[in-house]
Write a protein that binds this ligand. Structure first.
Ligand SMILES: [Cu+2]
Length: 238
């Protein structure tokens, strides 16, 4: 009997621990206002051949169902707990003379595999302010380049020195609690420990700098948290 009670108590303690250990934050980022029309990318002939049927455009504002805003980086502004080393490598592909994805979140020190899936030469040029700049040619069929970024920085621009229309934006966070919204503005940050946090939603074009991002205070306890944001299209520059 005593053994049964002890076991039961153990199970209850375990259940309460696990229920406060891994809570997901889900939500949606919506766009308010009408973004400017996207422009055709000025592809050169070699890159144009890779797009036989459609013309790729800029991806400044990716707006999906019910004004959902894609490519927004959502993250905890600060996390003081213990952080595990990132396990998986992130992938930044070059396909059709575009970076894919356009916006990517990584953890400091996380391995980033930069791939060239195109039959043309690219030149991967990271232009950070806080991390170390780098500039590497990558042949067609060349092997993946491995890089990592060691300083937190929102946001690091990658460009291609061969194709002046090619850009990617990488948010580097000192913890794993971030996500990039999907095409309909939805996001999910998994396994956030209990605590009070500032949750930030940053959009590269609408906000430009991290200081202008939208934020809200959230409390993570033992059930899933939902948080929604609205990002406004800024007025046109004078
Ligand atoms: Cu290129």
């Amino acid at each position: 009997m005593i053994t049964t009670l002890k076991t039961l108590a153990g199970v209850l303690v375990l259940a309460s621990l696990t229920s406060t250990q891994a809570v997901d934050i889900t939500g949606k980022v919506s766009l308010k206002g009408t973004p400017p029309a996207e422009k055709d990318l000025p592809l050169d002939p070699a890159c144009g051949k890779l797009w036989a049927n459609e013309k790729p455009k800029t991806r400044f504002y990716v707006v999906g169902a019910e004004s959902g805003l894609g490519d927004a980086l959502v993250y905890l502004k600060k996390f003081d707990g213990k952080v595990q080393d990132p396990a998986k490598a992130a992938l930044l592909d070059q396909k059709g003379c575009e970076y894919s994805p356009y916006v990517l979140g990584v953890q400091t020190g996380q391995k980033i595999l930069i791939r060239n899936s195109d039959p043309v030469l690219h030149n991967v040029h990271g232009t950070p302010k806080l991390n170390k700049e780098f500039n590497l040619a990558q042949m067609a069929g060349g092997k993946d380049i491995e890089r990592s970024l060691d300083q937190p920085e929102v946001i690091v621009r990658f460009k291609c020195d061969v194709h002046p229309w090619m850009f990617a934006y990488i948010g580097v966070l000192p913890h794993p609690y971030f996500a990039v919204t999907d095409k309909d503005g939805k996001f999910k940050i998994e396994g956030v420990p209990a605590g009070k946090y500032t949750l930030v939603a940053f959009h590269r074009k609408a906000h430009g700098t991290e200081e202008k991002a939208v934020a809200q205070e959230i409390t993570v306890a033992d059930s899933a948290v939902s948080a929604n944001f609205t990002v406004e299209v800024p007025p046109p520059a004078q």
